[in-house]
Design a protein around this ligand. Structure first.
Ligand SMILES: [Zn+2]
Length: 100
């Protein structure tokens, strides 16, 4: 049993703001605020009207971003990265050339 409710509104072909321009896929900088921290995404997927510039941020990307911001401890990764230090700490060898 698998249900995938479609809660996202469809991206309209014609601008819902000016009813004249066409919505084109593009990129916009997206600014949000989570837990008092400003978050800036410079190239956020968006749909932009070619006449009035009305912007609809991509709903799927918004959900993904929200998921990332609300669960920073759980990054969306297919495989968890193993914890292996890349650089070995250089252990200084104590010089023991003293006569016993
Ligand atoms: Zn428009």
């Amino acid at each position: 049993m698998k249900r995938t409710p479609k809660t996202f509104p469809e991206i309209p072909e014609v601008c819902p703001h000016c009813y004249f321009g066409r919505i084109q896929p593009g990129k916009r900088s997206f600014a949000a605020r989570t837990n008092g921290k400003p978050v800036m995404v410079p190239d956020f997927p968006a749909w932009i009207c070619d006449v009035c510039g009305f912007t609809i941020y991509d709903p799927t990307s918004l959900i993904n971003l929200q998921r990332l911001l609300t669960n920073p401890a759980k990054p969306y990764l297919p495989h968890p990265a193993p914890k292996t230090p890349k650089t070995k700490p250089a252990k200084p060898r104590p010089q023991t050339d003293q006569p016993v």
